[in-house]
Design a binder for this molecule. Structure first.
Ligand code: F6R
Length: 240
């Protein structure tokens, strides 16, 4: 694992986005695995600016997102489909047919998981972007998830729902389930870029880097991936 320590969220967003920009310049038809949440927002802003300066294009880029809430229509402001369009896709020249976010609408969620998993099997993700949950989740693989899992419906832990309450009016509105890429899917990416910022991530970053590899802390599996870069700001790196 390569650890890059930076001062703050702004520098984290700059350094992490530069890694993605370098890839897109080298490989304009790259396949990216993307994440939602607070961590990547600055990175996405930098990608948009780089696109506006005509340094990169998304015309040939394909994307696969990690996860999607169940029970929210795609049009809901907090669906991850909507999040990705608002924070990145609407602002660049990506083709809608090259954008993949799990669909968690309708009654047959297992069929939706199987369909997304099939798409993942056919793709090769060049660079997978990850945030990390305070409880060590990556994607929505909550503690205790088998490292062998592929795309599945997960029941979100109380901690994750509490952490994500900030995006909703109340805890009751936070979905209880999501569809997520499994750990096994994530580990297939050629390269992984994990970003973590702020005090709330201190313990998780410590476990990620120094803890035992255990299913009770899902992100620990990344110690066994051959090409991982972790960009952490001072607050998140405080226990390293
Ligand atoms: C998001 C995702 C999650 C988040 C994690 C951190 O698609 O899969 O694993 O990366 O919950 O979220 P933030 O960045 O909001 O702290």
């Amino acid at each position: 694992m390569k650890i890059i320590r930076v001062k703050d969220y702004q520098e984290l967003s700059r350094v992490a986005s530069q890694l993605m920009i370098d890839l897109l310049q080298k490989k304009p038809n790259a396949t990216l695995g993307l994440a939602t949440g607070s961590s990547p927002i600055g990175l996405y802003q930098n990608l948009i600016q780089s696109y506006q300066r005509q340094e990169i294009s998304f015309a040939e880029v394909k994307t696969y997102n990690l996860d999607e809430y169940c029970g929210l229509p795609r049009s809901h402001p907090e669906s991850y489909h909507n999040f990705m369009h608002r924070h990145l896709f609407h602002h660049v020249d990506i083709k809608e047919e090259n954008v993949h976010v799990p669909s968690a609408e309708g009654n047959n969620l297992q069929a939706q998981c199987d369909a997304y998993n099939e798409l993942l099997h056919q793709a090769t993700i060049d660079l997978q972007l990850l945030g990390i949950g305070g409880n060590g989740h990556i994607g929505f693989n909550e503690p205790g998830t088998s490292f062998k899992t592929e795309t599945f419906v997960v029941r979100l832990t109380d901690k994750t729902r509490e952490d994500n309450k900030r995006f909703f009016n109340s805890l009751d509105e936070v979905p209880t389930h999501a569809i997520t890429m499994g750990i096994h899917n994530i580990m297939q990416a050629k390269e992984i870029l994990l970003i973590a910022s702020g005090k709330g991530k201190q313990q998780a970053v410590y476990e990620l880097v120094h803890g035992p590899v255990t299913e009770t802390f899902p992100a620990s599996i990344l110690q066994q991936h051959s090409h991982v870069t972790v960009v952490v700001d001072e607050e998140a790196a405080a226990l390293l």
